[in-house]
Design a protein around this ligand. Structure first.
Ligand code: ADP
Length: 477
């Protein structure tokens, strides 16, 4: 089987590899991908440092054209790239094609941003002197990504980094090297000079750790677990570099008595269970007020009964498998913990057998959950949701905010008063009214508060906060 190699200084290199396994059918190898070493990572950082001076001063039209060519190829190959993504990650084909299109849209957006990096001029307090405030590229950026969005998350970190003149060393998650490799191959062929974008696939504890320990990076942007995020933060402080972290969520969705029931049920089913619940913006706490609680639970269970859990590539599948055996075990352990703590498993939670061996899990819905139970406090990252019964809106808001996380929050209501109050008072970076907590646009800021995020926002023009550094220049003519 062909080995998909690492890209270091414009050359494809590597001899050792790992098999990329399909979670819908563990007998199927999606491909073989290089397993990089700490030495590979060091070489990649050296190459990115050497490429930085020329790339950071390159013409904005050159950068624009390269990103635009990459976007066009992603759009043209959406079906094939989507199928690869679905095979390696396990989300359904429509979800995977949607994610691929989004990656194309991100490159298209940042192609335009190459031409729009704004500065400011102000008069100095000293008469006759001018002050210019400009943004410059940050330097060499390390990018570490998780397995749940194998092409969109790399896209939303790589595109702004390159658009604004940075060079990159990219380490994707071990479980999903296929989409990462395809994306880097596209960008390489789109005309990036050697060393501007380097790919080092391999283990987090080896390649990722070597990135954290290297003093040659100006910044690291990371999406993944809270535990690794803390390591990124501590190592970055040690090396005096900028860092940006997107970590977990325990996102609430409030359902008020006056909600439109089908709207609430669709939003809850989508954001709790689609993409197998493996989204940091998934709603895992469904907070329902007294008068709608029982109707909401009954309608949600009816909806869950109609969902088919099967091979990600089958056309009638609604929910694909869990990503791997380790995550499946975590999900099963949390389901057991929920039972032990006295919550009622109102639906699902069974491991399912399908035609092919895979990690199939029935969506699990708990009721009679209190907000202090582990299933209401810890991020599970699987198709498991907890319904919490509350008296009224005030209690719902208090429970929504009683969490260590603050990424996304939703409310289902027909009341302008409560919707407005919730938008202003919920402690989250993103708020959704009558919409799933997951599912965001690509041109506006993404990020959270409290334990969910650290540093400035990703995506849209706000991404410049991380990927550029500010210079204030004073001129006496
Ligand atoms: P998950 O548990 O969801 O896989 P991780 O935080 O372990 O979340 O993984 C997110 C990314 O961080 C992956 O690319 C992984 O390889 C990487 N990673 C894991 N451990 C380390 C580490 N010690 N240093 C740097 N990166 C790491």
């Amino acid at each position: 089987m062909t080995l998909h190699k690492n890209l270091i200084d414009g050359e494809w290199t590597g001899t050792d590899g790992n098999d990329n396994i399909n979670p819908s059918n563990t007998n199927e190898i999606v491909g073989r991908y290089a397993r990089g070493s700490a030495a590979d990572l060091e070489q990649a950082i050296a190459a990115a440092s050497a490429a930085f001076p020329a790339w950071s001063r390159s013409g904005i039209l050159e950068r624009r054209d390269i990103l635009k060519r990459a976007a066009e190829e992603i759009f043209t190959r959406r079906e094939e790239l989507g199928a690869l993504l679905a095979r390696e990650e396990g989300k359904t084909l429509p979800e995977a094609i949607g994610e691929t299109v989004r990656a194309g849209q991100i490159f298209e957006f940042f192609a335009g941003e190459c031409l729009r990096l704004r500065g400011e001029t102000l008069p100095s307090v000293r008469p006759g002197i001018g002050v210019e405030i400009t943004r410059e590229p940050l330097g060499v950026i390390g990018i570490i990504t998780p397995w749940n969005f194998p092409i969109a998350i790399p896209a939303w970190k790589i595109a702004p980094a390159l658009a604004w003149g940075n060079t990159v060393v990219f380490k994707p998650a071990e479980l999903v090297p296929g989409s990462a490799w395809a994306l880097v191959d596209i960008l390489h062929r789109a005309g990036l000079p050697a060393g501007v974008l380097n790919l080092v696939m391999g283990q987090g504890s080896v390649v990722g750790q070597a990135m954290l320990d290297n003093p040659g990076l100006s910044g690291i942007t990371f999406t993944g677990s809270t535990t690794t995020g803390k390591r990124v933060a501590l190592a970055s402080i040690e090396h005096n570099r900028k860092f940006q972290l997107e970590m977990g969520g325990k996102n609430p969705m409030v359902v008020l008595d006056d909600a439109d029931l089908p709207v609430a049920v669709d939003a809850a089913a989508n954001s709790s269970f689609f993409s197998t619940g493996q989204r940091c913006t998934a709603s895992s706490r469904l907070i329902a007020t007294e008068a709608i609680h029982d109707r909401f639970v009954a309608a949600l269970i009816e909806k869950l009964k109609s969902l088919r859990i099967d091979d990600a590539l089958k056309p009638d599948t609604h929910i694909g498998p869990v990503v791997d055996d380790r995550q499946l075990q975590t999900d099963v352990d949390y389901i057991e913990a929920g039972r032990q703590e006295g919550a009622r498993l109102a639906f699902g939670g069974e491991i399912l057998q399908r035609e092919t061996p895979g990690f199939y899990l029935q969506p699990a819905l708990f009721t009679e959950v209190t907000n202090d139970m582990r299933i209401a406090r810890e991020e599970i990252f699987g198709p498991v949701a907890a319904v919490i019964r509350v008296r009224d809106y005030d209690e719902a808001l208090a429970v929504a905010n009683d969490t260590g996380y603050g990424l996304s929050a939703g409310i289902a209501t027909t009341s302008l008063k409560y919707a407005t109050h919730f938008k202003r008072n919920v402690e989250a970076g993103m708020v959704m009214v009558n919409l799933p907590t997951a599912g965001v646009d690509f041109h506006v800021p993404f990020g959270g508060r409290k334990g969910s995020s650290h540093g400035s926002r990703e995506q849209g023009t706000y991404a410049a906060e991380f990927f550029t550094t500010i210079k204030t220049a004073y001129t006496k003519p």
